[in-house]
Design a protein around this ligand. Structure first.
Ligand code: TYD
Ligand code: MG
Length: 456
Protein backbone atom coordinates (compact mmCIF):
# COMPACT_ATOMS: atom_id res chain seq x y z
CA UNK A 1 0.00 0.00 0.00
CA UNK A 2 1.19 3.44 -0.80
CA UNK A 3 2.47 5.52 2.06
CA UNK A 4 -0.38 7.38 3.69
CA UNK A 5 0.18 11.10 3.67
CA UNK A 6 -1.65 13.50 5.86
CA UNK A 7 -1.96 17.20 5.70
CA UNK A 8 -3.81 19.96 7.54
CA UNK A 9 -6.60 22.07 6.08
CA UNK A 10 -8.46 25.05 7.46
CA UNK A 11 -12.18 24.17 7.37
CA UNK A 12 -13.01 27.83 6.97
CA UNK A 13 -10.87 29.01 4.09
CA UNK A 14 -9.29 25.82 2.76
CA UNK A 15 -5.68 26.87 3.33
CA UNK A 16 -3.26 23.96 3.55
CA UNK A 17 -0.87 23.96 6.51
CA UNK A 18 2.26 21.85 6.92
CA UNK A 19 1.47 21.20 10.59
CA UNK A 20 -1.39 21.69 12.98
CA UNK A 21 -1.92 25.23 14.21
CA UNK A 22 -4.55 26.58 16.58
CA UNK A 23 -5.23 29.66 14.47
CA UNK A 24 -5.30 29.66 10.69
CA UNK A 25 -2.62 32.04 9.45
CA UNK A 26 -4.72 33.10 6.46
CA UNK A 27 -8.24 33.71 7.78
CA UNK A 28 -7.27 34.09 11.47
CA UNK A 29 -10.06 31.75 12.63
CA UNK A 30 -9.41 29.60 15.70
CA UNK A 31 -9.76 25.81 15.86
CA UNK A 32 -10.61 25.39 12.22
CA UNK A 33 -7.52 23.43 11.16
CA UNK A 34 -8.09 19.67 10.87
CA UNK A 35 -5.91 16.79 9.74
CA UNK A 36 -6.96 14.95 6.62
CA UNK A 37 -5.52 11.83 5.05
CA UNK A 38 -4.49 12.30 1.46
CA UNK A 39 -2.53 10.09 -0.87
CA UNK A 40 -1.12 12.15 -3.65
CA UNK A 41 -1.25 10.62 -7.07
CA UNK A 42 -0.92 12.54 -10.27
CA UNK A 43 -3.49 10.72 -12.28
CA UNK A 44 -6.92 12.23 -12.57
CA UNK A 45 -9.85 10.02 -13.37
CA UNK A 46 -10.98 11.99 -16.40
CA UNK A 47 -8.52 10.93 -19.08
CA UNK A 48 -7.68 13.59 -21.59
CA UNK A 49 -8.88 12.46 -24.98
CA UNK A 50 -6.54 12.32 -27.98
CA UNK A 51 -8.13 15.20 -29.80
CA UNK A 52 -7.71 17.59 -26.95
CA UNK A 53 -4.34 16.22 -25.95
CA UNK A 54 -2.52 18.07 -28.69
CA UNK A 55 -0.89 20.85 -26.79
CA UNK A 56 -2.41 24.18 -27.54
CA UNK A 57 0.39 26.56 -28.36
CA UNK A 58 -0.33 29.99 -27.00
CA UNK A 59 1.64 33.09 -27.67
CA UNK A 60 1.09 36.69 -26.69
CA UNK A 61 -1.31 38.49 -29.03
CA UNK A 62 -2.48 42.05 -29.41
CA UNK A 63 -6.02 42.54 -28.14
CA UNK A 64 -7.24 43.33 -31.67
CA UNK A 65 -5.69 40.09 -33.00
CA UNK A 66 -7.57 37.87 -30.58
CA UNK A 67 -10.45 36.11 -32.28
CA UNK A 68 -13.75 36.17 -30.49
CA UNK A 69 -15.77 33.00 -30.30
CA UNK A 70 -19.16 33.85 -28.89
CA UNK A 71 -20.02 31.32 -26.19
CA UNK A 72 -22.41 28.67 -27.30
CA UNK A 73 -25.35 28.41 -24.97
CA UNK A 74 -27.97 25.80 -24.17
CA UNK A 75 -31.38 27.15 -23.24
CA UNK A 76 -32.74 25.51 -20.09
CA UNK A 77 -36.40 26.32 -20.91
CA UNK A 78 -36.59 27.93 -17.51
CA UNK A 79 -36.74 31.67 -18.18
CA UNK A 80 -35.78 32.72 -14.66
CA UNK A 81 -32.67 30.51 -14.61
CA UNK A 82 -31.70 31.46 -18.17
CA UNK A 83 -31.97 35.09 -17.16
CA UNK A 84 -29.86 34.67 -14.02
CA UNK A 85 -27.22 32.79 -16.02
CA UNK A 86 -27.36 35.37 -18.83
CA UNK A 87 -29.25 33.66 -21.70
CA UNK A 88 -28.72 30.04 -20.76
CA UNK A 89 -26.01 27.52 -19.94
CA UNK A 90 -22.63 28.19 -21.53
CA UNK A 91 -21.05 25.05 -22.98
CA UNK A 92 -18.26 23.85 -20.73
CA UNK A 93 -19.34 26.07 -17.84
CA UNK A 94 -19.35 24.74 -14.29
CA UNK A 95 -22.22 26.10 -12.21
CA UNK A 96 -22.39 25.68 -8.47
CA UNK A 97 -25.81 25.96 -6.78
CA UNK A 98 -25.80 26.46 -3.01
CA UNK A 99 -28.58 26.78 -0.49
CA UNK A 100 -30.07 25.66 2.83
CA UNK A 101 -31.21 22.05 3.16
CA UNK A 102 -34.78 21.55 1.95
CA UNK A 103 -34.93 24.84 0.08
CA UNK A 104 -35.46 23.06 -3.25
CA UNK A 105 -32.04 22.70 -4.92
CA UNK A 106 -32.65 19.10 -6.01
CA UNK A 107 -36.16 19.98 -7.14
CA UNK A 108 -34.93 22.90 -9.25
CA UNK A 109 -32.18 20.95 -10.97
CA UNK A 110 -34.34 17.86 -11.55
CA UNK A 111 -37.03 20.07 -13.05
CA UNK A 112 -34.45 21.64 -15.35
CA UNK A 113 -32.91 18.26 -16.22
CA UNK A 114 -36.35 17.02 -17.25
CA UNK A 115 -37.15 20.16 -19.27
CA UNK A 116 -33.96 20.53 -21.30
CA UNK A 117 -34.43 18.95 -24.74
CA UNK A 118 -30.76 17.85 -24.83
CA UNK A 119 -29.52 14.62 -23.20
CA UNK A 120 -28.97 15.10 -19.47
CA UNK A 121 -27.26 12.81 -16.97
CA UNK A 122 -28.54 13.50 -13.45
CA UNK A 123 -26.19 11.92 -10.92
CA UNK A 124 -27.45 11.74 -7.36
CA UNK A 125 -25.45 10.69 -4.37
CA UNK A 126 -28.23 11.60 -2.00
CA UNK A 127 -31.36 9.90 -3.24
CA UNK A 128 -32.16 6.53 -4.79
CA UNK A 129 -33.44 6.17 -8.36
CA UNK A 130 -36.94 5.38 -7.08
CA UNK A 131 -36.98 8.46 -4.85
CA UNK A 132 -36.01 10.56 -7.86
CA UNK A 133 -38.71 8.89 -9.95
CA UNK A 134 -41.27 9.80 -7.28
CA UNK A 135 -40.09 13.39 -7.38
CA UNK A 136 -40.20 13.41 -11.19
CA UNK A 137 -43.77 12.12 -11.05
CA UNK A 138 -44.65 14.94 -8.69
CA UNK A 139 -43.21 17.42 -11.14
CA UNK A 140 -45.29 15.89 -13.97
CA UNK A 141 -42.76 16.49 -16.72
CA UNK A 142 -42.22 13.80 -19.32
CA UNK A 143 -38.70 13.52 -20.54
CA UNK A 144 -37.18 11.14 -23.04
CA UNK A 145 -33.66 12.49 -22.59
CA UNK A 146 -32.94 12.50 -18.89
CA UNK A 147 -30.93 9.64 -17.42
CA UNK A 148 -30.80 9.16 -13.65
CA UNK A 149 -27.79 7.57 -11.98
CA UNK A 150 -27.12 7.02 -8.30
CA UNK A 151 -23.37 6.97 -7.80
CA UNK A 152 -20.81 8.74 -5.68
CA UNK A 153 -17.50 7.56 -7.12
CA UNK A 154 -16.19 9.88 -9.81
CA UNK A 155 -14.32 7.11 -11.67
CA UNK A 156 -17.62 5.20 -12.01
CA UNK A 157 -19.46 8.37 -13.01
CA UNK A 158 -16.93 9.04 -15.78
CA UNK A 159 -17.35 5.45 -17.07
CA UNK A 160 -21.08 6.07 -17.39
CA UNK A 161 -20.43 9.42 -19.04
CA UNK A 162 -18.21 7.76 -21.65
CA UNK A 163 -21.01 5.33 -22.45
CA UNK A 164 -23.93 7.75 -22.46
CA UNK A 165 -22.23 10.96 -23.72
CA UNK A 166 -24.61 13.47 -22.10
CA UNK A 167 -24.96 17.08 -23.27
CA UNK A 168 -25.48 18.34 -19.70
CA UNK A 169 -24.30 16.83 -16.42
CA UNK A 170 -26.01 17.42 -13.06
CA UNK A 171 -24.35 16.38 -9.78
CA UNK A 172 -26.37 16.24 -6.55
CA UNK A 173 -24.24 16.97 -4.52
CA UNK A 174 -20.50 17.69 -4.70
CA UNK A 175 -20.18 16.85 -0.97
CA UNK A 176 -21.24 13.22 -1.56
CA UNK A 177 -18.65 12.48 -4.25
CA UNK A 178 -15.32 10.79 -3.75
CA UNK A 179 -12.42 9.92 -6.01
CA UNK A 180 -10.16 6.85 -5.73
CA UNK A 181 -7.05 8.96 -6.11
CA UNK A 182 -7.14 10.22 -2.54
CA UNK A 183 -8.22 8.58 0.66
CA UNK A 184 -10.03 11.31 2.52
CA UNK A 185 -13.72 10.81 3.28
CA UNK A 186 -16.49 12.31 1.08
CA UNK A 187 -17.34 15.88 2.01
CA UNK A 188 -13.85 16.63 3.31
CA UNK A 189 -12.00 19.58 1.92
CA UNK A 190 -9.50 17.53 -0.06
CA UNK A 191 -12.21 15.31 -1.60
CA UNK A 192 -14.30 18.31 -2.62
CA UNK A 193 -11.24 19.92 -4.13
CA UNK A 194 -10.22 16.80 -6.06
CA UNK A 195 -13.65 15.75 -7.29
CA UNK A 196 -14.56 19.25 -8.37
CA UNK A 197 -11.31 19.72 -10.24
CA UNK A 198 -11.93 16.41 -12.04
CA UNK A 199 -15.40 17.60 -13.02
CA UNK A 200 -14.11 20.99 -14.11
CA UNK A 201 -11.49 19.30 -16.27
CA UNK A 202 -14.20 17.11 -17.80
CA UNK A 203 -16.43 20.14 -18.46
CA UNK A 204 -13.68 22.15 -20.14
CA UNK A 205 -12.37 19.30 -22.29
CA UNK A 206 -15.73 18.12 -23.56
CA UNK A 207 -17.56 21.50 -23.54
CA UNK A 208 -20.29 19.94 -21.41
CA UNK A 209 -22.01 22.22 -18.91
CA UNK A 210 -21.90 20.81 -15.38
CA UNK A 211 -24.38 21.84 -12.68
CA UNK A 212 -23.18 21.07 -9.15
CA UNK A 213 -25.29 21.24 -6.01
CA UNK A 214 -23.33 22.40 -2.97
CA UNK A 215 -24.31 22.19 0.70
CA UNK A 216 -23.85 25.23 2.86
CA UNK A 217 -22.37 25.41 6.33
CA UNK A 218 -23.93 27.06 9.35
CA UNK A 219 -22.59 30.48 8.39
CA UNK A 220 -24.43 30.21 5.08
CA UNK A 221 -21.34 29.75 2.90
CA UNK A 222 -20.86 26.84 0.55
CA UNK A 223 -19.28 24.02 2.54
CA UNK A 224 -15.78 23.07 1.53
CA UNK A 225 -12.81 25.08 0.43
CA UNK A 226 -13.30 28.67 -0.66
CA UNK A 227 -11.23 27.71 -3.69
CA UNK A 228 -14.26 25.81 -5.02
CA UNK A 229 -16.04 29.10 -5.60
CA UNK A 230 -12.94 30.45 -7.36
CA UNK A 231 -12.66 27.41 -9.62
CA UNK A 232 -16.22 27.30 -10.93
CA UNK A 233 -17.57 29.74 -13.52
CA UNK A 234 -20.88 30.56 -11.88
CA UNK A 235 -21.98 30.50 -8.24
CA UNK A 236 -25.73 30.58 -7.68
CA UNK A 237 -27.53 30.78 -4.38
CA UNK A 238 -31.05 29.52 -3.80
CA UNK A 239 -32.62 31.19 -0.83
CA UNK A 240 -35.89 31.85 0.89
CA UNK A 241 -37.73 31.13 4.06
CA UNK A 242 -38.69 27.48 4.41
CA UNK A 243 -41.98 28.51 5.98
CA UNK A 244 -42.88 30.61 2.96
CA UNK A 245 -43.19 29.34 -0.54
CA UNK A 246 -41.14 31.99 -2.34
CA UNK A 247 -37.58 31.27 -3.37
CA UNK A 248 -34.96 33.62 -4.78
CA UNK A 249 -32.19 32.49 -7.09
CA UNK A 250 -29.24 34.87 -7.23
CA UNK A 251 -25.88 34.73 -8.82
CA UNK A 252 -22.94 35.58 -6.58
CA UNK A 253 -20.43 35.14 -9.38
CA UNK A 254 -20.93 34.84 -13.11
CA UNK A 255 -18.13 34.76 -15.65
CA UNK A 256 -20.62 34.98 -18.52
CA UNK A 257 -23.16 37.52 -17.36
CA UNK A 258 -24.27 40.00 -14.77
CA UNK A 259 -24.66 39.19 -11.08
CA UNK A 260 -27.38 41.79 -10.64
CA UNK A 261 -30.14 39.57 -12.06
CA UNK A 262 -32.27 37.44 -9.82
CA UNK A 263 -34.86 34.75 -10.41
CA UNK A 264 -37.99 34.25 -8.33
CA UNK A 265 -39.87 30.99 -7.88
CA UNK A 266 -42.79 29.71 -5.89
CA UNK A 267 -42.61 26.19 -4.43
CA UNK A 268 -45.90 24.45 -5.17
CA UNK A 269 -47.04 20.86 -4.64
CA UNK A 270 -45.97 20.05 -8.19
CA UNK A 271 -42.61 21.78 -8.26
CA UNK A 272 -41.21 25.27 -8.67
CA UNK A 273 -43.27 27.80 -10.56
CA UNK A 274 -41.48 30.74 -12.16
CA UNK A 275 -42.72 34.07 -10.86
CA UNK A 276 -42.38 36.53 -13.70
CA UNK A 277 -44.19 39.40 -11.98
CA UNK A 278 -42.58 39.72 -8.54
CA UNK A 279 -44.80 42.54 -7.32
CA UNK A 280 -47.47 39.91 -6.69
CA UNK A 281 -45.34 38.70 -3.76
CA UNK A 282 -44.92 42.10 -2.21
CA UNK A 283 -48.14 43.96 -2.61
CA UNK A 284 -50.49 41.17 -1.63
CA UNK A 285 -48.74 40.37 1.65
CA UNK A 286 -48.97 43.75 3.29
CA UNK A 287 -51.80 45.68 4.75
CA UNK A 288 -51.51 49.10 3.07
CA UNK A 289 -53.20 50.83 6.02
CA UNK A 290 -50.64 49.82 8.63
CA UNK A 291 -48.50 52.70 9.81
CA UNK A 292 -44.90 52.41 11.01
CA UNK A 293 -43.62 50.16 8.23
CA UNK A 294 -40.96 51.13 5.68
CA UNK A 295 -38.87 49.08 3.27
CA UNK A 296 -35.12 49.62 3.14
CA UNK A 297 -32.93 48.61 0.24
CA UNK A 298 -29.74 47.33 1.86
CA UNK A 299 -26.62 45.57 0.72
CA UNK A 300 -25.30 42.53 2.48
CA UNK A 301 -21.75 42.09 1.21
CA UNK A 302 -22.39 42.30 -2.49
CA UNK A 303 -26.01 41.21 -2.34
CA UNK A 304 -28.89 43.67 -2.36
CA UNK A 305 -31.56 42.79 0.17
CA UNK A 306 -34.92 44.43 0.76
CA UNK A 307 -35.81 44.48 4.43
CA UNK A 308 -38.87 45.61 6.27
CA UNK A 309 -38.47 48.05 9.17
CA UNK A 310 -41.22 48.38 11.73
CA UNK A 311 -41.45 51.18 14.25
CA UNK A 312 -43.85 51.81 17.06
CA UNK A 313 -43.93 55.25 18.61
CA UNK A 314 -46.19 55.72 21.62
CA UNK A 315 -46.48 58.07 24.58
CA UNK A 316 -44.15 57.01 27.37
CA UNK A 317 -45.92 55.63 30.43
CA UNK A 318 -42.86 55.84 32.67
CA UNK A 319 -40.73 58.87 33.29
CA UNK A 320 -37.87 57.74 31.10
CA UNK A 321 -38.99 56.84 27.60
CA UNK A 322 -37.98 53.41 26.35
CA UNK A 323 -35.97 52.85 23.20
CA UNK A 324 -35.64 49.25 22.08
CA UNK A 325 -34.33 47.82 18.84
CA UNK A 326 -33.97 44.38 17.28
CA UNK A 327 -31.68 44.04 14.29
CA UNK A 328 -30.66 47.71 14.38
CA UNK A 329 -27.99 49.56 16.33
CA UNK A 330 -29.52 51.24 19.40
CA UNK A 331 -26.94 54.06 19.38
CA UNK A 332 -27.84 54.84 15.81
CA UNK A 333 -31.51 55.00 16.75
CA UNK A 334 -30.69 57.50 19.50
CA UNK A 335 -28.81 59.56 16.95
CA UNK A 336 -31.68 59.49 14.46
CA UNK A 337 -34.18 60.50 17.16
CA UNK A 338 -31.93 63.42 18.13
CA UNK A 339 -31.67 64.50 14.49
CA UNK A 340 -35.46 64.32 14.08
CA UNK A 341 -35.91 66.39 17.22
CA UNK A 342 -33.29 69.02 16.50
CA UNK A 343 -33.35 69.32 12.72
CA UNK A 344 -36.92 68.46 11.79
CA UNK A 345 -38.74 69.65 14.88
CA UNK A 346 -40.46 66.42 15.89
CA UNK A 347 -41.10 66.11 19.61
CA UNK A 348 -40.10 62.53 20.25
CA UNK A 349 -38.36 63.13 23.59
CA UNK A 350 -41.33 61.95 25.64
CA UNK A 351 -42.20 59.00 23.42
CA UNK A 352 -41.34 55.31 23.62
CA UNK A 353 -39.75 54.13 20.38
CA UNK A 354 -39.55 50.46 19.43
CA UNK A 355 -37.76 49.45 16.26
CA UNK A 356 -37.75 46.06 14.67
CA UNK A 357 -36.11 44.64 11.56
CA UNK A 358 -38.50 41.88 10.52
CA UNK A 359 -37.21 38.45 9.74
CA UNK A 360 -34.63 38.73 12.51
CA UNK A 361 -31.82 39.67 10.15
CA UNK A 362 -28.94 41.79 11.32
CA UNK A 363 -27.73 44.14 8.59
CA UNK A 364 -25.11 46.79 9.19
CA UNK A 365 -25.83 49.10 6.30
CA UNK A 366 -26.22 52.84 6.93
CA UNK A 367 -28.57 52.93 3.93
CA UNK A 368 -31.28 51.72 6.32
CA UNK A 369 -31.36 55.13 8.05
CA UNK A 370 -33.90 56.75 5.77
CA UNK A 371 -36.31 53.82 6.08
CA UNK A 372 -35.90 54.00 9.88
CA UNK A 373 -36.76 57.72 9.78
CA UNK A 374 -39.76 57.02 7.55
CA UNK A 375 -41.02 54.17 9.77
CA UNK A 376 -40.71 56.29 12.93
CA UNK A 377 -42.47 59.29 11.41
CA UNK A 378 -45.15 57.08 9.87
CA UNK A 379 -45.91 55.55 13.27
CA UNK A 380 -45.73 58.92 15.03
CA UNK A 381 -48.17 60.59 12.64
CA UNK A 382 -50.14 57.35 12.18
CA UNK A 383 -49.98 57.66 8.40
CA UNK A 384 -49.17 54.51 6.47
CA UNK A 385 -46.47 54.40 3.80
CA UNK A 386 -47.57 52.71 0.60
CA UNK A 387 -45.96 49.22 0.37
CA UNK A 388 -44.54 49.85 -3.09
CA UNK A 389 -42.21 52.60 -1.83
CA UNK A 390 -38.68 51.81 -0.71
CA UNK A 391 -35.79 53.81 0.73
CA UNK A 392 -32.00 53.81 0.58
CA UNK A 393 -29.99 56.64 2.12
CA UNK A 394 -27.87 57.50 5.11
CA UNK A 395 -28.97 60.29 7.45
CA UNK A 396 -26.28 62.66 8.71
CA UNK A 397 -26.12 64.65 11.93
CA UNK A 398 -27.18 67.84 10.17
CA UNK A 399 -30.35 66.10 8.99
CA UNK A 400 -28.93 65.79 5.49
CA UNK A 401 -29.73 62.76 3.34
CA UNK A 402 -26.46 61.25 2.22
CA UNK A 403 -25.63 59.04 -0.78
CA UNK A 404 -24.97 55.29 -0.49
CA UNK A 405 -22.71 53.00 -2.51
CA UNK A 406 -23.88 50.73 -5.37
CA UNK A 407 -27.05 52.70 -5.91
CA UNK A 408 -27.66 51.27 -9.40
CA UNK A 409 -27.63 47.74 -8.04
CA UNK A 410 -30.11 48.65 -5.33
CA UNK A 411 -32.44 50.37 -7.80
CA UNK A 412 -32.30 47.38 -10.13
CA UNK A 413 -33.20 44.99 -7.32
CA UNK A 414 -36.10 47.17 -6.16
CA UNK A 415 -37.35 47.38 -9.73
CA UNK A 416 -37.09 43.61 -10.18
CA UNK A 417 -39.00 43.02 -6.97
CA UNK A 418 -41.88 45.19 -8.13
CA UNK A 419 -41.42 48.43 -6.17
CA UNK A 420 -42.70 51.53 -7.89
CA UNK A 421 -41.03 54.40 -5.99
CA UNK A 422 -37.44 54.60 -4.78
CA UNK A 423 -36.50 57.41 -2.41
CA UNK A 424 -32.83 58.20 -2.09
CA UNK A 425 -30.31 61.03 -1.81
CA UNK A 426 -29.93 63.75 -4.42
CA UNK A 427 -26.17 63.34 -4.23
CA UNK A 428 -26.02 59.75 -5.50
CA UNK A 429 -24.19 59.10 -8.73
CA UNK A 430 -26.78 57.15 -10.69
CA UNK A 431 -25.21 55.95 -13.93
CA UNK A 432 -28.11 54.02 -15.44
CA UNK A 433 -30.72 56.53 -16.51
CA UNK A 434 -33.21 54.02 -17.94
CA UNK A 435 -34.90 52.97 -14.73
CA UNK A 436 -38.57 52.09 -14.93
CA UNK A 437 -39.01 52.80 -11.22
CA UNK A 438 -39.87 56.36 -10.14
CA UNK A 439 -36.91 57.94 -8.37
CA UNK A 440 -37.48 60.60 -5.75
CA UNK A 441 -34.25 62.40 -4.93
CA UNK A 442 -34.12 64.28 -1.66
CA UNK A 443 -31.49 66.10 0.34
CA UNK A 444 -33.32 66.86 3.62
CA UNK A 445 -35.71 65.04 5.95
CA UNK A 446 -38.46 67.59 5.29
CA UNK A 447 -38.23 66.93 1.56
CA UNK A 448 -38.64 63.21 2.21
CA UNK A 449 -41.76 63.90 4.24
CA UNK A 450 -43.20 66.22 1.64
CA UNK A 451 -42.52 63.66 -1.09
CA UNK A 452 -44.07 60.86 0.95
CA UNK A 453 -47.26 62.74 1.70
CA UNK A 454 -47.53 63.96 -1.87
CA UNK A 455 -47.48 60.32 -2.99
CA UNK A 456 -50.15 59.17 -0.57
P1 TYD B 1 -35.39 19.57 -2.10
O1 TYD B 1 -35.29 19.87 -3.55
O2 TYD B 1 -35.24 18.15 -1.69
O3 TYD B 1 -34.37 20.45 -1.28
P2 TYD B 1 -32.78 20.44 -1.24
O4 TYD B 1 -32.29 19.60 -2.34
O5 TYD B 1 -32.41 21.89 -1.38
O6 TYD B 1 -32.40 19.93 0.11
O7 TYD B 1 -36.76 20.20 -1.61
C1 TYD B 1 -37.48 19.60 -0.68
C2 TYD B 1 -38.67 20.40 -0.24
O8 TYD B 1 -39.49 20.87 -1.27
C3 TYD B 1 -39.49 19.46 0.58
O9 TYD B 1 -39.67 20.04 1.83
C4 TYD B 1 -40.74 19.25 -0.17
C5 TYD B 1 -40.82 20.43 -1.08
N1 TYD B 1 -41.41 20.13 -2.39
C6 TYD B 1 -42.61 20.75 -2.74
O10 TYD B 1 -43.17 21.54 -1.99
N2 TYD B 1 -43.14 20.51 -3.99
C7 TYD B 1 -42.54 19.65 -4.87
O11 TYD B 1 -43.04 19.46 -5.99
C8 TYD B 1 -41.32 19.00 -4.47
C9 TYD B 1 -40.64 18.05 -5.40
C10 TYD B 1 -40.79 19.28 -3.24
MG1 MG C 1 -31.30 17.75 -2.20
Amino acid sequence: MAKVKTTFFCQNCGTQHAKWVGQCTTCKQWNTVVEEVIQKEDKRSWKTTNTTQQKRITKPLLVKEIELHPEERIQTKNAELDNVLGEGLVKGAVILLGGEPGIGKSTLLLQIALQIPQKVLYVSGEESQSQIKMRAERLQIDSANCLILTETNTQEIFKHIEKTVPDVLVIDSIQTLYTNTIEASPGSISQIRETSSELIKFAKETATPVLLIGHINKEGHIAGPKILEHMVDVVLQFEGDRNHSYRILRSLKNRFGSTAELGIYEMLADGLREVSNPSEILISKKDPDLSGIAIASTLEGVRPLMIEIQALVSTAVYGTPQRTTTGYNLKRLHMILAVLEKRAGFRLGAKDVFLNVTGGIQVEDPAMDLAVVAAILSSNQDIAIHPNICFAAEVGLAGEIRPVPKIDQRILEAEKLGYKIFITSKHNKITNKNHRIKLILVSKIEETLAALFAEQ
